[in-house]
Design a protein around this ligand. Structure first.
Ligand code: HEC
Length: 136
């Protein structure tokens, strides 16, 4: 390659490289759990379901991944919306829920686009319920 061609390549590639670096990588479920959820879910504060408690998680998982994730995301009783972290994306939050479920004998996977859509739909239903009951 000539010097001129190399320079041209570098110029063309640099914005793509910058973009690739600039896009924040999604955190893993375990990472999110350790940074945020562990504070309450580790010790089981105010009855927060502890990862590894198969009995409690068995019942929770029976609600289904979309429903349970949406309810945690919206907040339920002493569980603050988004675990109190407004900068978390739904996908990251859902990964943390799936991770806790796996730690407790479940086989929930990180959500794909289709599951994320279903969680959004459940979130909408939940917000509507809360609005109707005068709590939202
Ligand atoms: C400030 C404490 C606190 C933090 C932080 C917290 N939780 Fe919770 N969470 C709770 C409590 C308490 C409950 C039990 C609520 C109840 O059933 O009364 C709960 C329940 C849940 C449930 C079950 C919801 C249901 O429908 O029963 C899910 C799912 C959940 N949390 C996910 C998470 C995730 C994921 C994170 C981290 C991103 C997180 N929580 C961070 C306190 C917390």
């Amino acid at each position: 390659m000539t010097r001129k061609a190399k320079l041209l390549c570098a110029l063309l590639l640099s914005p793509a490289l910058l973009l690739a670096q600039g896009a924040p990588a999604l955190k893993s479920g375990e990472q999110v759990y350790r940074e945020t959820c562990v504070v309450c879910h580790g010790p089981g504060l105010a009855n927060a379901p502890r990862p590894g408690d198969r009995q409690v998680w068995g019942k929770l998982m029976a609600e289904g991944q979309a429903v349970l994730t949406a309810h945690g995301w919206v907040g339920v009783r002493a569980m603050p919306p988004k675990g109190g972290r407004n900068d978390l994306s739904l996908e990251e939050f859902a990964r943390a829920v799936a991770w806790m479920a796996r730690e407790s004998g479940g086989n929930w996977q990180d959500p794909d686009a289709r599951l994320l859509e279903r969680i959004r739909a459940e979130e909408g239903k939940r917000l509507e319920q809360l609005r109707k009951s005068g709590k939202g």
